[in-house]
Design a protein around this ligand. Structure first.
Ligand SMILES: *[C@@H]1O[C@H](CO)[C@@H](O)[C@H](O)[C@H]1NC(C)=O
Ligand SMILES: *[C@@H]1O[C@H](CO)[C@@H](O)[C@H](O)[C@H]1NC(C)=O
Ligand SMILES: *[C@@H]1O[C@H](CO)[C@@H](O)[C@H](O)[C@H]1NC(C)=O
Length: 346
């Protein structure tokens, strides 16, 4: 089948990563997937032309509002995947909510990432009951086997001969909402007591003005380093080698970096916000902190308690295996796509 897949593809977003993974799942089942950025289209007629030119027989949209309303009304079957903003923001605008309700009426199926997203959607659009499926994001990590940790440390200007070296990694786009500076002062203080402790912030420079601010701050912060963005496979290798992954973000949504760290069997220390608490169970699959002082306290405990570290890592890996299986995600999308085939024959 030739499938048009509309998604919001801004780089460095969870949506772009999810869309790419789903595309690979569909193509593995022998479909042709034409993945396009929903923001490149302004009107349904542009989509109609695309569907005709590409001979699309069905469509998928990631984002009910931004993508779904564009694939509706062209006489081809389609499914949608809820995006975070559909249910956090757009649903509260009456006009948008009405549009989304109509799209859902026509959709063959809808996918929510979590049970609570599904419940929220069903409360809002009761007519969609029965066609909403829950499928969480599948996690795959492929560390670059040729990655050289020692070179990474050199580039980060980290004293490799320090006894008992512990590198904490914060993976994040340099944007205000990700709050990459939240732990910097507390960390520097700790580094001055224990020079074998480092915090490395790795991420794309999403917001140039804010990036300047981050650079200036980090330059004056002992024990804290800033590294440029690196290829995904190198990043996974760096995560695999570091002592723990840190998340200090205040933004909503699910952190791919946290899930990837769990998959790579690296402990996670995350700020206690709803998105993180949904994934990290304190003391079980990771550690949650509410302020920088608590972060340092928990990090010290983790450093000095290898049994705790082993337990958290094992639980995290098991959580990924049971809740974010890539294979289960693949099976779900391939199964849902068969709903189109039936309707094409009819
Ligand atoms: C990593 O690079 C260093 C030189 O920077 C080299 O001495 C070392 O052998 C390399 N390690 C591996 C595992 O390739
Ligand atoms: C690196 O660490 C070693 C061992 O802790 C220490 O002796 C040395 O002074 C440190 N070097 C620098 C440049 O900080
Ligand atoms: C931290 O977690 C939040 C919520 O889970 C997520 O939105 C954010 O992207 C994560 N940030 C980093 C730096 O991993």
């Amino acid at each position: 089948m030739r499938i048009l897949f509309l998604a919001v593809l801004r780089p460095h977003t969870g949506n772009a990563v999810t869309a790419e993974r789903v595309r690979v799942h569909l193509e593995a089942a022998g479909h042709v997937c034409i993945l396009k950025d929903a923001f490149d289209f302004e009107s349904p007629s542009e989509i109609a032309n695309l569907i005709e030119a590409e001979k699309c027989e069905a469509a998928l949209a990631l984002h009910l509002y931004r993508g779904g309303r564009l694939v509706q009304g062209h006489g081809i079957p389609f499914g949608i995947i809820f995006g975070g903003t559909d249910l956090n923001e757009d649903v509260n605008r009456e006009e948008k909510s009405k549009v989304m309700g109509k799209v859902l009426e026509e959709a063959r199926f809808a996918v929510a990432f979590t049970e609570s997203m599904k419940e929220m959607a069903q409360r809002q659009w009761p007519h969609a009951k029965g066609k909403i499926y829950v499928q969480s994001q599948g996690i795959t990590t492929t560390p670059n086997a040729a990655f050289n940790w020692s070179t990474f440390l050199q580039r980060a200007e980290i004293n490799q001969s320090a006894d008992n070296l512990h590198v904490f990694l914060l993976v994040c786009g340099l944007r205000q909402v990700k709050d990459p500076l939240y732990l910097v002062d507390a960390f520097s203080e700790w580094h001055q007591e224990e020079p074998n402790i480092y915090l490395v912030i790795v991420g794309p420079e999403v917001d140039p003005v804010f990036t300047k601010e981050v650079k200036a701050k980090v330059e004056r912060a002992p024990g804290v380093r800033l590294m440029r963005e690196m290829p995904q496979a190198d990043l996974h290798a760096a995560v695999k080698n570091c002592f723990a992954v840190v998340n200090s973000s205040v933004s909503e949504g699910m952190s791919a970096a946290i899930l990837e760290a769990m998959d790579l069997e690296v402990p996670v220390l995350a700020r206690n916000i709803p998105g993180n608490a949904a994934v990290v169970k304190h003391g079980v699959t990771g550690l949650l902190f509410s302020d920088p002082q608590e972060f340092v306290q928990l990090a010290k405990r983790l450093v000095s308690d290898p049994a705790l570290e082993r337990e958290i890592v094992a639980n995290g890996k098991e959580y990924i295996r049971t809740h974010h299986s890539w294979q289960v995600e693949r099976d779900t999308y391939q199964r849902l796509l068969r709903k189109f085939e039936g309707s094409l024959e009819a």
